[in-house]
Design a protein around this ligand. Sequence first.
Ligand SMILES: [Zn+2]
Length: 156
Amino acid sequence: MKCPICRNETLDAKDYLYEVPEEGKVVLSNWECSSCGYKFRDVKPYESSEPKRLELVVENEEDMASLVYRSSFAKVYIPELGFEAEPLNGSGAVTTVRGLLEIFLDQIGNLMDTHDLREAMEGKRAFTLVIEDGSGLSFIKNEKTKVTQSLSLFPP
Ligand SMILES: [Zn+2]
């Protein structure tokens, strides 16, 4: 396969299907380029489903550490902070709530005031993490997560 970085036909792309107890089937991707050393790892649910809206009120350290899968179709926003992020191009990403905020901070750091976002990261204020995903692949591993199918941003 062609490498997205160096464009050589030296990308070794392997996708594995795994059965995870209580989670069902997931696809693990393991791509590696022998020319430039590019690596890509991803994990996502095997079966795609209906559009989904995920909502988690993040109030404490435990919430901040919740595992998040943000698919490439997902739009993420935090109403209290007036923040929103468009769907990613390409691949999804596994991270934590804190990891997501760090990525956002990186992305917008030079563009706008990050005071509120930093306060949220330091646990000084509660906020709501909303993920709207037309593919329904995204998930937040936290029992408090509210899942609905009414998407404001992805009308049927
Ligand atoms: Zn390469």
